[in-house]
Design a binder for this molecule. Structure first.
Ligand code: MLT
Ligand code: ZN
Length: 466
């Protein structure tokens, strides 16, 4: 579909809505807003606007809709599926000026925030009041809550507490025609009509523009224990995960890291860490409201680990060690990016199939001559598979990569899963969506898109083609 290019008159009209100092037209900024964390893709927008309230967003959206200008929203650009890349040019709407925590309601355990609030800023603000907002993506220090809603982001703690979708009660959304709606109500229970709030969560900015968010909070559990278990066999590490659940423990994190991931992370971060023959690790955390509840949980975990030929278990006794273990885990995505050209897949299966998924990925990598780094949220059956190019020839990489990815995703389907657990489909996973959706499902989604955004101006070209 042909979108209107922004001429001088249009640019002036749009810039006037946000006012001086709240737009960007220079090439360096346009380049910056044309990228995210997805490999090294860049699609330059024509104009960047930084609105500071919902009314401005509404005016911009109405203008773009009337003039058929593509409009793509962006949080902090930490996405991993190209979801915020403006592939049709047009306007990028940045949310850095809409970053206020508007209310923390301690009586009702709710927070109302603007979409540009950084995840960790909310976590810290509510924790100071004894409350907890659990979803914690690796990029929590920079990613925005609006961006988290776009992909229903997860993180390590989601194994116990659920993902972003489990905390969103209500949204203030600007529709494609500029109208402002509430998707629900600020209540814990709601069986009133279609659940527009949940429809919006994970829709990657293709249905409407989220401006304000009402989030559910829970009491903060102040005590936690963390252990790092090593295995000389990655399959065995994966097989231990269901055994921990079977032992009756609800851990607050069960993260998998393969040898290469730990090696890269410790080397690039200069972290002192001794490695022997270990092939894989599980980082396991339990939390509690009373300190005395921790040890019985750790003992049960220990028994499950022993039954699965664990090599060694390191307990993180002080906050420094805890921080070190978490740093090793949280920075794997980042260090892989520095190490090689790569492609990241966000596979997810029923967790008891994790060993089979891991084996399958290893066989596919071997067949095509790729090196992989696998890590992620084993407790959720969510394995991030990073396929490294290293010194593979460009033509071979281009030719074989999509074939290998398709085979990996076929395995996800076979093992009861799907092709993204938390990074979304965006642009780069779009070619593979047919693995898990039938034409009937695509038609339902296209119908939803048309009814929200008949002129297809919102984040065009994402998730599926119209
Ligand atoms: C993570 O779990 O580290 C995040 O999903 C980020 C990433 O995969 O790069
Ligand atoms: Zn992750």
């Amino acid at each position: 579909m042909g979108y209107t290019r922004i001429d001088k008159t249009m640019a002036d009209a749009l810039c006037q809505i946000v006012g001086e100092g709240n737009y960007k037209t220079d090439l360096e900024s346009l380049d910056l807003y044309g990228r995210d964390y997805t490999e090294d893709l860049c699609f330059t927008p024509e104009l960047v606007l930084l609105p500071s309230n919902t009314q401005m967003v509404s005016k911009i959206t109405r203008y773009c809709n009337e003039n058929l200008i593509a409009l793509t929203c962006r949080g902090a650009g930490t996405g991993l599926s190209g979801g915020c890349l403006p592939i049709e040019g047009g306007v990028v709407l940045g949310f850095e000026k809409m970053n206020r925590i508007l209310e923390i309601d301690t009586a009702n355990h709710q927070a109302i925030v603007e979409a540009g609030v950084i995840n960790e800023d909310l976590q810290n603000a509510v924790q100071a009041l004894g409350l907890f907002y659990p979803p914690d993506p690796a990029s929590k220090g920079s990613c925005t809550l609006g961006g988290n809603i776009a992909h229903s982001s997860g993180g390590p703690r989601c194994v116990k507490y659920g993902t972003t979708k489990d905390y969103v009660l209500n949204l203030e959304v600007v529709l494609a025609n500029g109208e402002i709606i509430q998707t629900g109500a600020n209540v814990l229970k709601n069986s009133t009509g279609y659940h527009l709030t949940q429809l919006m969560v994970g829709s990657e900015g293709t249905l409407g523009i989220v401006c304000k968010i009402t989030l559910k909070l829970i009491p903060y559990p102040p005590y936690r224990s963390l252990m790092l278990a090593s295995f000389n066999n990655a399959r065995e590490a994966c097989a231990t995960v269901p055994a921990i659940f079977a032992a009756g423990v609800q851990a607050s994190a069960i993260e998998f890291m393969d040898r290469k991931g730990v090696q890269l992370s410790t080397q690039k971060n200069n972290i002192a860490f001794e490695m022997g023959e270990e092939q894989a690790y599980l980082l396991i955390e339990v939390d509690a409201f009373n300190e005395g509840e921790l040890m019985p949980q750790c003992e049960k975990i220990y028994e499950a680990l022993e039954a699965h030929a664990v090599l060694n278990v390191l307990m993180a006794d002080d906050s420094e060690t805890k921080e070190k273990f978490w740093k090793i885990r949280r920075s794997i995505g980042e260090v892989v990016k520095q190490h090689s050209i790569y492609k990241e897949e966000d596979t997810v299966v029923t967790r008891s199939y994790l060993p089979d998924l891991y084996d399958g990925v290893s066989k596919i990598s071997e067949k095509y001559g790729f090196e992989t780094v696998c890590y992620g949220h084993a407790g959720d059956g969510n394995l991030h598979v990073n396929i490294l190019k290293n010194d593979l020839a460009d033509e071979l990489w281009e030719k074989v990569l999509p074939i290998a990815i398709r085979q990996i995703f076929d395995l996800c389907k076979k093992y009861g899963g799907t092709i993204s657990g938390e990074h979304g489909i965006g642009l780069v996973q779009k070619p593979y969506l047919d693995i898990v959706f039938s034409e009937a499902q695509f038609e339902i989604m296209r119908g939803i898109k048309r009814s929200f955004d008949p002129n297809l101006i919102l984040n065009p070209g994402k998730i599926f083609d119209m």
